[in-house]
Write a protein that binds this ligand. Structure first.
Ligand code: MTE
Length: 309
């Protein structure tokens, strides 16, 4: 059984789906590192961070999206993102790293331990979904490119390709392109911070940010930058798309915080997509740091989270 060779498996739960998926994995020759194998499947060894909550349906996860490169309506990405070419895919890693380069995503994936984590992810409008992501910790990639000692932040950029992204080609400019995001280096190195390459054990659908997107489960959904082509280590706080667009509404940190209202709406409760009753379903109370306070609150000790929103 290939899986036995996976590292620290004893701490992880392996579900029947994991076994099914992993049969299609090829095991690399050393250290239990796995390579994504033939076919459109992703390894799925369940992470200790997985939630017990019921996942949102694949249909809802893939048909109610924000991806402004493909239009502003929630249904636009599912309609328009299919034309995006996601293979081959290069990621430029530059700035304050010992090993800068233009890395092929397939090469990055070779030698990564592939994780499955089920995260609760939220968005700015006060709706939430539970998404069974596949991917690997951002820290695994950053460690390999060797951040220099002065690096304090990580900046991310999305692809600019108006020929395949109609939202970038239109006369009416929705956002400054490329979409950009950033994290403090300690946030980026936290084991909860994931680079997702799939969901529900399959490759990431284009509308969800194929082939590589960020998932920071204790922050609002817009931090989850999609279709990443550049990751830069820097000593300056990176600019972020929504802060550029509306600085009074969106700050750099964007930690889920039910105690701080968005200027135009309360952030105390959320609507879980898929709950019966649709728009009229009972709203759920939102938890500080989206329920991950035990793991991440320490990153912000001594900071006024009203000021650093
Ligand atoms: N990334 C890019 N490149 N472009 C975008 O418009 N939208 C963000 C974020 N990442 C966005 C993006 C917003 S506002 C949200 S809420 C999430 O993606 C939505 O992710 P989902 O569609 O997978 O739920």
């Amino acid at each position: 059984m290939l899986l036995r060779h996976a590292p620290d498996l004893s701490e992880r739960e392996v579900t029947p789906r994991d076994l099914y998926v992993n049969r299609r994995q090829i095991l690399a020759g050393f250290g239990g590192l796995m390579i994504a194998g033939a076919g459109n499947v992703q390894a799925a060894v369940k992470s200790p961070f997985s939630t017990q909550e019921t996942p949102t349906s694949l249909k809802d996860i893939t048909s109610y999206n924000n991806f402004y490169e493909f239009g502003t309506d929630k249904s636009d990405p599912a309609r328009n993102a299919g034309r995006l070419t996601v293979k081959p895919w290069k990621v430029k890693i530059d700035g304050m790293v010992g090993k800068p380069g233009d890395y092929d995503l397939d090469d990055i994936l070779k030698g990564m331990t592939i994780e499955e984590r089920i995260y609760r992810m939220r968005c700015v409008e006060g709706w939430s979904m539970v998404i069974p992501w596949n991917g690997f910790p951002l820290a695994s990639l950053l460690t390999r490119v060797e951040p220099l000692s002065g690096a304090k932040y990580v900046a991310f950029e999305t692809l600019v390709r108006p020929s395949e992204m109609p939202g970038q080609a239109g006369l009416f400019k929705i956002l400054d392109w490329p979409y950009v995001e950033g994290l403090r280096l300690d946030e980026a190195m936290h084991p909860l911070t994931l680079l997702a390459t799939g969901l529900y054990g399959e490759n990431l659908p284009n509308q969800n940010g194929a082939p590589l997107r960020l998932v920071v489960p204790w922050k609002y959904g817009f931090k989850g930058i999609k279709s990443i082509v550049r990751i830069s280590l820097t000593d300056k706080e990176p600019r972020t798309s929504w802060n550029i667009q509306a600085p009074q509404e969106y700050g750099f940190y964007s930690n889920v915080n039910p105690a701080v209202d968005h200027p135009r709406w309360s952030q105390a409760t959320e609507r879980r997509i898929g709950d019966t009753g649709g728009l009229f379903a009972k709203r759920r109370p939102t938890l500080p740091f989206n329920g991950y306070a035990d793991q991440v609150a320490g990153l912000y000790t001594g900071m006024d989270l009203r000021k650093f929103y």
